[in-house]
Design a protein around this ligand. Structure first.
Ligand code: RI2
Length: 315
């Protein structure tokens, strides 16, 4: 049975109290570390089975952000050790390393992404991405004046979080409703977004509305830049799997009372969409900036031979 902390972390990820692909990955790794630390298993098989069960509980929460399975895989793949103590040490060391790497990667990505932003640039954002904000933070730290047009990002309005963080950095913010994006793209130098997953062909899976924004940006000739650490690369897409798009509750879109007033309708609430590589100018990772079509080389290098589901029960 997973410990309470694992159950609580899973619940917080599912309800989006913990959200954002990088943050989800860090929280999932930390929960696996706690499971290992608290385990009372007396033999290695029981210990590994406990860890796999905890990983499955975390994995089932949100299907689209690949950083979650990538984090679980980093901790669990080919566990080294023949005693419970050795296995526990391996898990704890990997958990700490994963979280430290995550922080360094975002810092490095931020420095690389900041090179694209010039003094006086205006960016447009969609949703809330800590990777995208890292690039703005580094540009501001380098003394550049940046302004932002922030899309509110229905239905959950994560644009409000972005607006708040940008204000904390001293960036002037104009908040707009999502449907006003095309109207303002002429005033924008870059559309800057994050990603939840990146597929082998360079498609970017990000918060619903990104693909429409990218089409509008192409129409206006505004470059669209994706800030995404390499934990967003989806190894399953190397072998032909597609990325599952999370469907969320209709209550995020419309209240019960409004729905009843309208009459019989269907409500759909996909959380993410797919932006094809032809609508993306660059993907910024901690390993450098890539044209979307060439991201597959980095994916092969980093994830070429991963075990797809080390948390599955062995046959
Ligand atoms: P970082 C978010 O999804 C957004 O789609 C955002 O672009 C992406 O995660 C990446 O966030 P959600 O968890 O990892 O709000 O860059 O559904 O912070």
């Amino acid at each position: 049975m997973p410990i309470e902390e694992v159950e609580e972390t899973a619940e917080a990820i599912e309800t989006m109290e913990i959200r954002g692909a990088a943050t989800i990955a860090g929280a999932a790794a930390a929960a696996l570390g706690s499971q290992a630390a608290a385990s009372e298993a007396t033999d290695p098989e029981a210990f590994e089975a406990e860890l796999r069960a905890a990983a499955r509980t975390l994995y089932q929460t949100r299907p689209t952000a690949v950083s979650l399975p990538n984090a679980l895989r980093f901790v669990l793949q080919d566990l080294e050790g023949s005693t419970v103590e050795e296995l526990r040490d391996t898990v704890l060391t990997r958990t700490q390393k994963f979280r430290a790497d995550l922080e360094h990667a975002q810092e490095r990505l931020g420095r690389i992404g900041a090179n694209r932003l010039r003094d006086g640039d205006v960016i447009m954002t969609h949703c809330h991405s800590t990777d995208a904000l890292a690039t703005v933070e580094h540009a501001v730290d380098a003394g550049k004046d940046i302004e932002a047009i922030v899309k509110e990002t229905r239905p959950r309005n994560q644009g409000h979080i972005t607006a708040q963080r940008l204000r904390e950095l001293g960036v002037p913010v104009t908040l707009i409703v999502d449907s006003a994006a095309h109207r303002y793209l002429n005033d924008v130098d870059h559309v800057l977004v994050g990603a939840d997953s990146i597929a082998a062909d360079g498609s970017v899976i990000n918060k619903i509305g990104t693909s429409g924004l990218a089409v509008n940006a192409r129409d206006r000739g505004t470059p669209i830049v994706v800030a995404a650490q390499t934990i967003k690369l989806h190894p399953g897409t190397l072998t032909g799997h597609t990325v599952e798009i999370e469907m969320r509750a209709e209550s995020e879109v419309i209240s019960k009372a409004d729905r009843e007033k309208i009459g019989e309708i269907t409500v759909k609430n996909p959380a993410f969409d797919v932006t094809p590589p032809r609508h993306v100018d660059a993907i910024i990772t901690e390993r450098g900036q890539y044209p979307p079509e060439s991201i597959v080389s980095l994916m092969r290098e980093l994830y070429g031979d991963v075990d797809e589901e080390p948390w599955a029960e062995p046959n």
